[in-house]
Write a protein of this length. Structure first.
Length: 476
């Protein structure tokens, strides 16, 4: 079954050194200190030098590491490309990594499977890819072929030549069977495939080797990619992710030469759909944590119980204020401490509050918070108040986070009743899709009589108890 060359390659960053866990953590940590700025190159290069991160990359007698290595942050969906958006913006995925919600190799596993062509970073190739009908996720294609080989009892491994000759011509993931046919039958190698694509595939192999799903090795002077031992013990989960990645409706659809739409790629790619959290292990060994988590630990934060009277303050139109700017003299200490981890947790939390506040404010309602207790209160009328407790989570920690949230929102509801003589509608907010957690939704909604909200990127889903008689029922 011969396949014509389709005129494109899997273009990827050649700065693989920046994909090492310590380098990526430090690079993203340094970037987080300058978020919101549009002119900071000299400052961040100085920080990187002081931290001993990567190489100085001197140009015109000036440090220039940031210009070279920042691409890997955009490539993996951790920041928005500064070529498209001058103000430095860290995505939700970047915050999850820095805040310790997810580990390095876990995140690389998810982002590798979700990376697609066309995308909003490789804009010089976008129009040609659209003309050629390209809509492909290379890692998902590779994973599908490896799984099928494994199921046949064959060695689940592919070398660069096989990827170049049999996988690269595939333009859509649902056509994987064509590549599998040639691989399975040991079809002859074609000489017609773009030889320049080889370097890109080599870079892709380096990317795949940072994940928990794939391993690479060298045999007979060839580089191969194979399923990790962990993957071979969880084929069913990976098959479900292949099916998800092959679904055309789950692709970002490019609009060539549309800058605003290209920026949207980074916030779609930078938001992790709940389905992909299924690859996160519930229990991790300390060696894995040390290697993969910023700060080398996972913590479950608790909050102090505040017994003073609730004092609501209206949230301004531009949302909860940005965190204070940093003193450059203290930056090195900040990176080496738990400061960034706490800061990014706060930003994740505040971003969700601001999205909900904007939603209800746009519908004409007043929104409040109390820095000591209630994350968000929405006033539908003087006798109808809804309060929200916001928690960031993954499927690994949603149970302890939900227990904490239930205790807090119950306490705040009680205190509001004591202080103001009105019982508010209580709600818990997560950045996890409750459609994937039906028992939790039933427990919180029907047993505890508490509402649930999922904030998923720019999408919001509301789950309310049957007894709810607040206007939030109509507003959502």
């Amino acid at each position: 079954m011969s396949l014509p060359y389709n005129g494109y390659s899997w273009n990827f960053s050649q700065h693989a050194i920046a994909l090492k866990p310590d380098n990526l953590f430090s690079l993203l940590s340094a970037a987080s200190l300058f978020e919101g700025k549009s002119s900071f190159s000299s400052e961040i290069n100085l920080v990187l030098k002081k931290q001993g991160v990567l190489t100085d990359n001197i140009r015109d007698n000036k440090l220039d590491a940031w210009r070279d290595y920042q691409q890997i942050l955009a490539e993996t969906g951790l920041i928005c490309s500064t070529k498209l958006e001058k103000r430095l913006q860290i995505t939700e995925a970047g915050r999850l990594l820095l805040s310790g919600e997810i580990g390095f190799s876990e995140l690389m596993s998810i982002q590798a499977l979700r990376y697609q062509y066309p995308n909003g970073l490789k804009i010089s190739f976008q129009e040609q890819q659209c003309v050629n009908g390209v809509l492909i996720k290379p890692a998902t294609l590779i994973l599908r072929i490896l799984i099928e080989l494994y199921k046949l009892g064959k060695m689940p491994a592919l070398n660069i030549d096989q990827c170049q000759n049999f996988l690269l011509p595939i333009t859509k993931n649902q056509d994987w069977i064509k590549a599998f046919h040639n691989i399975k039958n040991n079809s002859a190698t074609s000489a017609s495939i773009n030889k320049h694509a080889r370097r890109n595939i080599q870079d892709w192999f380096k990317f795949l080797n940072t994940t928990d799903i794939f391993n690479t090795f060298i045999k007979d002077r060839k580089t191969w990619v194979t399923l990790s031992a962990k993957s071979q013990h969880d084929i069913a989960t990976l098959e479900s992710l292949c099916a998800l990645g092959e679904n055309k409706s789950k692709f970002w659809i490019a609009e060539p030469k549309n800058k605003i739409h290209n920026v949207s790629w980074f916030f779609e790619y930078g938001h992790i759909p709940t389905q992909y959290y299924t690859i996160l292990d519930s229990e991790l060994e300390q060696e894995y944590i040390t290697k993969n988590f910023f700060g080398s630990e996972i913590t479950e934060d608790d909050e102090a119980i505040i017994t003073s009277k609730i004092g609501l303050t209206e949230i301004p139109d531009d949302g909860i204020p940005e965190l204070a700017a940093l003193n450059a003299e203290k930056i090195k200490h900040k990176i080496n401490s738990g400061f960034i981890k706490r800061r990014e947790k706060t930003k994740l939390h505040n971003n969700i509050i601001n999205k909900l506040a904007d939603y209800y404010r746009d519908k004409g309602f007043r929104v409040y918070d109390d820095k000591q207790s209630i994350d968000l209160a929405v006033e539908f009328s003087k006798k109808d108040i809804s309060i929200f407790e916001v928690k960031t989570a993954t499927l690994r920690n949603i149970i302890p986070r939900s227990r904490l949230a239930v205790g807090q929102i119950t306490e705040y509801g009680y205190r509001y009743l004591q202080d103001f003589g009105l019982e508010p509608q209580r709600n818990i907010v997560f950045n996890v899709d409750m459609d994937k957690q039906p028992w939790l939704a039933e427990y919180v909604n029907e047993y505890l009589d508490i509402g649930l909200v999922s904030v998923l990127g720019n999408e919001k889903k509301m789950y309310l108890p049957a007894t709810c008689n607040s206007a939030i029922n109509k507003i959502g």
